[in-house]
Design a protein around this ligand. Structure first.
Ligand SMILES: [Zn+2]
Length: 100
């Protein structure tokens, strides 16, 4: 788990890994209404679990939880589909018009 900063809003965030190996940004401070729990594994790694929908409400009382920074970032749109955005190279259209 790495302490980092959001590239779009500058907020301090953790990068934690889910069971599928995906790195997700999480707000640094725990939040009572969060739906992400973190658990230290025997290996020492922190495993983040996102509890989607109703399952967050079913966590035992007192469970420490965090909020995904995807949900709380004021620039959340920047986090959606970053790969696709990179594919839209800004000069791609210009190169094509130069062919003629
Ligand atoms: Zn942000």
């Amino acid at each position: 788990m790495i302490l980092s900063r959001c590239r779009s809003c500058g907020a301090p965030i953790w990068f934690a890994r889910t069971i599928t190996g995906r790195a997700i940004p999480i707000d640094r401070e725990p939040a009572a209404d969060g739906n992400v729990t973190m658990e230290r594994q025997r290996s020492g790694d922190i495993l983040a679990t996102v509890h989607a929908g109703q399952s967050a409400a079913m966590l035992p009382a007192g469970t420490k939880r965090w909020r995904s920074h995807f949900a709380s970032c004021p620039n959340a749109d920047c986090h959606r589909k970053p790969r696709q955005l990179e594919l839209l190279a800004p000069n791609a259209a210009r190169d094509r018009s130069g062919d003629r």
